[in-house]
Ligand binder design. Sequence first.
Ligand SMILES: [Zn+2]
Length: 165
Amino acid sequence: MICQKVKTSLPDLLLAPKSVSAEVRAHVESCAECRAELQSLEATMALMDEWKSPEVSPYFETRMAALLSEEQKASPAGWLERMRERFLFGNHMSMRPLAAAALALIVAVGGGTYAGFGGFSPKPPQAQASPVIKDLQSLDENAQVFQQLNSMDQDTGDNGGGSSL
Ligand SMILES: [Zn+2]
């Protein structure tokens, strides 16, 4: 009976040890089962802490800002129009930042969605590890897309300056 009560306080014991009663702490010290439970919870949390979202290249924002201001300078009145034209005619120079921005949004929204499902999943038994695994899987897919973006980058990066004159 006390084990059940103690187990509900285990997350508190990890996150806010001071909020947990001495009785609970003493029980965890002496009860192997509750201690094992605490350790597995700790390991899960450590795994979550280690997980990092993919880092955006330090040049990404600079490059994107430069591309956007280039578009705005080139045609202050109708740059949206121009971007749409370029988009339709398949010039990768303007598609690239759009695709990257869309991708960043998908990554952000996707990560939040997974975290949300993980927290409020109606099926806790198999949900314990799955949010992290799902994230790792989507991370893997995203890495592939990033690679594709990078190769687009290399294909079109060198002839960008020539089109303005
Ligand atoms: Zn116990």
